[in-house]
Design a protein around this ligand. Structure first.
Ligand code: BGC
Length: 253
């Protein structure tokens, strides 16, 4: 194990995925291992799965973790798609106690964004870059001249005429739950992106998460002025970014 190799873990509402990452190149050093997120996704149950994933890698070093909530100094401040028991809990403490490894944590979409800005299509892009992760929820990462504005929650805005937040209407879960065709879902997602485009006027919009792999199914329904592209790192972005973030924190400490 070298210092530049860090275990990245992307904790999601449906799966917890991990791989060892070379943070200098952004490459995954093993095929990602995915474990089901326990249901209910309480801190206790998730800690057990997290530790299992660390053990599956036979890992003893630093772990970077992307987590699906607002995260400040290791504390979870929201829990839209996971157990509400997480709110107010110290994610770092819970996961490092369970895995016996030092853990650093940040919001999952922010992790995906960091990876894409370092190793993917956001590299060297000036101005405003917005990355949206499309999965169980809708997550966002906003960059201005390469600098992250952490913890934006743009999946939780309200679209005109909707009584619930955008992710309940345009996430991949909404597509599956309501059995929407790609066209129906693509039109909803376009409404969402168009609204973000008009309010933030970014220079580039990137998509990550499970649905970024299926871009060909809905790209024809996207009509935003700003170019929209699937992230180069697709679904692995969250894992890579979590590892890269942990490394940055470790170097600063
Ligand atoms: C959460 C975000 C998260 C996103 C993607 C949303 O429901 O509020 O914090 O980034 O889901 O997992």
């Amino acid at each position: 194990m070298q210092e530049r190799h860090i275990l990245g873990i992307d904790v999601g509402a449906s799966g917890i995925k991990g791989a060892v990452v070379d943070i200098e190149t952004g490459e995954l050093l093993n095929e990602r291992i995915r474990l089901e997120t326990p249901e209910p996704s309480t801190p206790k149950a998730m800690a057990k799965t997290f530790a299992e994933l660390v053990r599956a890698h036979n890992w003893k070093g630093l772990v970077g973790c992307g987590f699906p909530s607002i995260v400040k100094k290791g504390i979870a401040y929201s829990a839209a798609n996971i157990s509400k028991e997480w709110i107010g809990q110290n994610i770092i403490e819970i996961f490092s106690l369970a895995s016996k490894c030092p853990v650093e944590v940040l919001n999952d979409a922010d992790a995906a964004g960091l990876a894409e800005m370092s190793f993917g299509l956001g590299k060297g892009v000036e101005g405003t870059v917005l990355l949206i992760t499309v999965g169980s929820g809708l997550g966002s990462a906003l960059f201005i001249d390469g600098r992250l504005v952490p913890n934006t929650e743009l999946g939780h805005i309200y679209l005109e005429g909707q009584k619930s937040v955008a992710e309940a209407y345009a996430s991949n879960n909404a597509r599956k739950r309501e059995n929407l065709s790609w066209e129906e879902w693509g039109q909803r997602f376009n409404e969402y992106l168009t609204h973000l485009d008009r309010t933030f006027n970014p220079d580039l919009i990137l998509l990550s998460g499970g649905v970024s792999k299926r871009f060909d199914k809905y790209e024809n329904f996207i009509t935003t002025e700003t170019p929209v592209k699937p992230a180069k790192l697709l679904n692995a972005a969250g894992t890579i970014g979590a590892a890269a973030y942990a490394y940055q924190r470790f170097r600063k400490a």
